[in-house]
Design a protein around this ligand. Structure first.
Ligand code: NAD
Ligand code: MG
Length: 398
């Protein structure tokens, strides 16, 4: 078996670290070709010493210079690249087989697209890139014969419940896709208390340990909204084919219902090393070191309908997907700006969905036909969201 060369983008983040953990369990299968991150010099330096990649990329130019100095002093042979172009280069190099796309947010778009257009096996954690450019990215997967394997636990679960050779829901005899979500830390919080929730409270997810942006997205259920859009693109589905189900225990990671009434579910511990190992090994099954589910201790599994009043971001996402065009780009951009402002304590928790809603209401949609058009729409939506943030901040200070 030939050893697969893997590039891990977003290696210093939660998914990146879990990916390196699984890769390290299989030195006979995988080698680490490149690591990429934003500006966490110390962490990337430490990863370079452990995993000895050929290249290390820091998006931030100053951080790249710093890393280069540290690696030189440590007599490491890892070469340092900088900027988005560096990320694109290590995602598309002819020496790479597999790319883990685990950068958070729109920042992951260019490198994900670069890997796809070079026909790589792309392990997609960076859902934002699919939300922004679903049509372009899935078309590129087909025309460049790339493989797009879903790391997001729900999509990975659905992927595992689909028949081999799947092309679309109808031909596979599928009635519905059931996308599960825990409901996050505020599922039962009295609505009147939501306004005063802090970033730390929003990031305290009951089941998963994740980066701060996706943790806030889980609290607002914008994460499920983005995943709804992600699922439409990944599984060639219409919005009405997908139903969101709240499942607080995060044991069932999603389900597929077939025409005969059978429902297939994928279950497991809430540990991202399962979907990561599933995609790295696919179509084979490989070890992940994830603890087995203990059915004797599991207790009750609950399921319920989502509460759209509590989670307005969910409704906005479904609407954005139904409206199509560049609405999902505006949704994602406004969310990124608003979440960043919330994490910096510039706006309150409820300000997040308010900002997104206002941006979407004023949005003039188009059908972006290139990566440049996607980036341009993203930029406009960010500017509009920033105005919303400033006005919310102003009202708050009064
Ligand atoms: P994180 O915040 O822990 O890590 C983000 C990573 O992206 C870091 O390595 C950071 O350096 C890098 N990054 C940020 N901006 C960058 C830039 N401009 N250029 C290069 N690198 C940059 O986030 P995470 O929780 O690991 O999530 C990563 C992605 O995976 C997100 O899209 C998230 O939605 C998705 N995802 C995460 C989980 C999870 O359990 N953490 C589950 C499903 C999907
Ligand atoms: Mg998920």
């Amino acid at each position: 078996m030939a050893i697969q060369a893997v590039t891990v983008l977003g290696s210093t983040g939660s998914i990146g670290v879990n990916t390196l953990d699984v890769l390290a369990q299989h030195p006979d299968r995988f080698s680490v070709y490149a690591l990429g991150a934003n500006r966490q010099v110390a962490k990337l330096f430490e990863q370079c010493l452990t995993y000895k990649p050929r290249y290390a990329v820091m998006c931030d130019a100053t951080a790249a210079v710093e890393l280069q100095g540290l690696l030189r002093d440590a007599k490491s042979t890892t070469e340092v690249l900088a900027g988005e172009q560096g990320l694109v280069d290590v995602a598309s190099s002819s020496e790479v087989d597999t790319v883990m796309a685990a950068i958070v947010g729109a920042a992951g778009l260019a490198s994900t697209m670069a890997a796809v257009t070079q026909g790589k096996r792309v392990l997609l954690a960076n859902k934002e890139s699919l939300v922004m450019s679903g049509r372009l990215l899935t078309e590129a997967v087909r025309s460049h014969d790339a493989q797009l394997l879903p790391i997001d636990s729900e999509h990975n679960a659905i992927f595992q419940c689909l028949p081999a050779g799947f092309t679309n829901l109808k031909d596979a005899g599928i009635r519905r896709v059931l996308l599960t979500g825990s409901g996050g830390p505020f599922r039962q919080t009295p609505l009147a208390e939501l306004a005063s929730k802090t970033p730390d409270q929003a990031c305290a997810h009951p089941n998963w340990s994740m980066g701060r942006k996706i943790s806030v997205d889980s609290a607002t259920m914008m994460n499920k909204g983005l995943e709804f859009i992600e699922a439409c693109w990944l599984f060639n589905a219409q919005p009405d084919d997908i139903e969101i189900v709240v499942h607080p225990q995060s044991i069932v990671h999603s389900m597929v219902e077939y025409a005969d009434g059978s429902v297939l579910a994928q279950m497991g511990m809430p540990d991202m090393r399962t979907p990561i190992a599933n995609c790295l090994g696919w179509p084979e099954r490989i070890e992940s070191a994830v603890e087995p589910l203990n059915f004797h201790q599991l207790g009750a599994l609950e399921f319920s309908a989502p509460d759209y009043e509590r989670f307005p971001a969910l409704k906005l996402s479904i609407q954005a997907m139904k409206s199509g065009g560049s609405y999902p780009i505006a949704l994602n951009a406004a969310n990124e700006v608003a979440v960043e402002a919330f994490l910096a304590e510039r706006i309150g928790y409820l300000g997040i969905s308010a900002a997104i809603e206002n941006v979407l209401q004023a949005w003039q949609s188009s059908e972006p036909d290139s990566l440049e058009a996607v980036k341009a729409a993203d930029k406009i939506a960010r500017q509009m969201a920033l105005v919303q943030v400033q006005s919310a901040e102003h009202k708050r200070c009064k």
